[in-house]
Write a protein that binds this ligand. Structure first.
Ligand SMILES: C[S@@+](CC[C@H](N)C(=O)[O-])C[C@H]1O[C@@H](n2cnc3c(N)ncnc32)[C@H](O)[C@@H]1O
Length: 490
């Protein structure tokens, strides 16, 4: 059996958990919200499940547990309410060959690159890479210099301003209207439109790329669409311009650097308009590079239901939907490990934040079934409902665990009451023979940005381990920071 295995870039020993790698290779392809480090996930899978055992991540996100499980020869089920999450996971667990993605890029490039670059053309004939905007005024035009990394910063000319104006009011045809809610925490409102988030020029160029993707052979389209989702934030008006940073000296510098789209829909007064083609191409090339680094083969996948995994016919099953609806279909007693990073109360409203990605993918997410506490009042997502759903999930999971099965939850929440489901579970779990084994702090790589506000939260995310096997905790004591008690809460 051949599996898609990203090359092992680390030794899965306990020490590496204290110093995890940044996101590299396939893991660097998509900036999914709230990504977890791969090292502890792999370590736990290896230490808590047998070869060929069944691992389930009922809140899959960008697929780290699925990739790691497949890497070490386990079978895996991934479920997520977010269509973007499942489509990213499918691409990464069973990726196309690098040359197919490179070919697809070549075809899209031939079709639209020149027209896109023209829309950034300067009076001198070159194409701008970035425009700096401040309070609605174009203040700088950046061009690539002759040699590699150098750049030229010019003042905008009438030509630059006229060119920009030509596209204002452009109505995109290849994107569906996004759906936003009134949520001050992420700066979204029900009336937010694509024109608030993108220049007309960006929308027109995204349309060109979308149209070119639709013309590709079917098998080429998905990697291109997902690359567009991975780069769309950088094409928006939400790209911060970072200024005033003195390097080493502490002195305030005039130098402006390109930031990135951060969590939420903030449109900074000073922002960059980045060349849409460059954003897209860079992302696809990143994927090609990651795919080139893989040892061949791909996992067998079933999409949309759990029948084939229950029957042992595939290595991986991915389902887009509500975990509470799908988990009951798993064989009773068939799961060796639930390992999951569930939604953490009100920390990240995944579907609201993923709306631009799902718009590109033409998906209409099931907002009503998301398990989350949202500050968007019209969504009626309360902490009470969240706790009830999480308790229900743990109840179902308990019935699915094998005799030696374990359950690992990565968790952190802003308010103490968001841990309520967990306290209730702890008592019920021990009645069902599932004992709390201990927990450990999750360590992120120094370079990884923790993408949310930590206000009121515990400083650290914890991995909490339960198991039916009494001795399971003994296998984990090497994990740095391992403790047999729960972390202290406020
Ligand atoms: C903390 S994230 C997982 C991130 C993942 N660990 C990673 O590294 O990418 C939680 C996930 O739960 C998903 N989710 C929320 N409600 C759900 C539901 N009812 N059923 C399935 N998934 C749900 C969200 O879409 C989100 O992807």
């Amino acid at each position: 059996m051949q599996l898609t295995i990203p090359e092992l870039t680390y030794v899965p020993e306990a020490e590496v958990l204290a110093k995890p790698d940044g996101y590299r290779g396939l893991y660097a392809f998509h900036k999914y919200w709230g990504k977890k480090p791969a090292e502890p996930i792999r370590y736990l899978i290896e230490h808590l499940t047998p070869e060929g055992g069944l691992v389930v991540d009922p809140f899959m996100g960008s697929g780290i547990a699925a990739i790691e499980a497949v890497n070490v020869g386990r079978r895996v089920v991934g479920i997520d309410i977010n269509p973007a999450a499942i489509r990213i996971t499918k691409l990464l667990v069973s990726p196309p060959p690098a040359n197919a993605v490179a070919d697809a890029l070549r075809l899209v490039k031939r079709e639209v690159m020149d027209r896109i670059q023209e829309s950034y053309g300067t009076a001198g004939g070159a194409s701008a890479t970035h425009y700096l905007w401040a309070d609605g005024r174009m203040t700088k035009v950046w061009l690539a210099g002759a040699r590699g990394r150098t750049r030229i910063e010019a003042d905008p000319t009438d030509h630059d301003l006229e060119l920009f104006d030509q596209f204002e009011g452009y109505e995109p045809h290849a994107l569906r209207q996004p759906r936003f809610f009134n949520n001050p925490r992420i700066n979204s409102s029900a009336t937010l439109s694509l024109h608030d988030l993108f220049s007309g020029r960006a929308l027109r160029n995204i349309d060109l790329i979308m149209d070119a993707i639709t013309e590709l052979p079917e098998a080429y389209q998905e990697a291109m669409r997902l690359s567009l989702t991975a780069s769309i934030g950088q094409m928006s008006k939400m790209v911060f311009a970072i200024s005033g940073r003195g390097k080493m000296t502490g002195a305030v510098s005039e130098k402006v650097e390109v930031g990135s789209w951060v969590i939420g829909f903030w449109r900074p007064a000073q922002h960059f308009e980045v060349n849409v083609w460059n954003c897209f191409e860079r992302r696809v090339l990143k994927l090609v590079k990651a795919l080139n680094g893989l040892t061949a083969g791909r996992a067998t996948i079933a999409m949309g239901n759990l029948d084939e995994i229950n029957a042992g016919l595939v290595e991986c099953s991915l389902v887009n939907g509500n975990t509470l609806d799908h988990l009951p279909a798993l064989n009773e007693g068939g799961v060796d490990l639930f390992i999951t990073d569930p939604p953490h109360s009100d920390r990240i409203p995944y579907l609201e934040l993923s709306e631009l990605w799902n718009m590109v993918l033409g998906e209409t997410p099931d907002f009503a079934s998301e398990i989350v506490v949202s500050n968007a009042k019209d969504r009626e997502k309360s902490e009470r409902a969240y706790n009830a759903d999480m308790s229900r999930f743990l109840e179902i999971a308990t019935t699915k665990l094998s005799e030696h099965g374990s359950l690992v939850l990565f968790f952190n929440a802003r308010s103490a009451s968001s841990w309520e489901f967990f306290d209730g579970f702890r008592a019920k779990a021990s009645d069902a023979g599932m004992n709390f084994q201990g927990c450990f702090p999750l360590v992120y790589s120094a370079g990884s940005v923790v993408q949310d506000s930590r206000e009121g939260a515990l400083k650290t995310d914890y991995g909490l381990v339960f198991s039916r096997a009494h001795e399971a905790g003994d296998r984990l004591t090497q994990i740095p920071g391992w403790m047999s008690d729960l972390p202290a809460r406020d």
